[in-house]
Design a protein. Structure first.
Length: 118
């Protein structure tokens, strides 16, 4: 069963951030994070009861960003928006336009359609 976890992640650069990630298996998530060279440490700081996402984009953008090892600020800088936009798209508060999804995909090196969950 898919469950949302709040994670505190510390990059090798010392940058710390909190991220919400939805996963079916927390063990796989931990193994994935442990294998990322850019991650120095991580800690699960809470879990959230699953609920329906507000946006089809909320998990796809965060997953692609985390796979690249970027912070929300780094993605925001790469596409020329405020970090709060990234935060709100990932949280499902707002939905990015198709053109914005294309810019995000280009910046992260993924096909923009992979950012959209079916």
């Amino acid at each position: 069963m898919r469950k949302n976890y709040n994670l505190k992640v510390v990059l090798q650069t010392g940058t710390e951030f909190l991220v919400k990630v939805g996963v079916d298996n927390v063990g796989e998530l931990c193994a994935w994070l442990a294998g990322m060279e850019s991650v120095r440490e991580y800690k699960i700081v809470g879990s959230i009861t699953p609920k329906a996402p507000h946006s089809r984009h909320e998990n796809g953008i965060a997953a692609a960003r985390l796979e690249k090892g970027w912070t929300q600020q780094e993605l925001a800088d790469a596409i020329g928006v405020a970090q709060q936009h990234i935060q709100r798209w990932e949280a499902g508060v707002y939905k990015p336009k198709t053109e914005t999804l294309k810019r995000i995909g280009e910046a992260l090196g993924v096909e923009w359609s992979t950012l959209v969950e079916d």
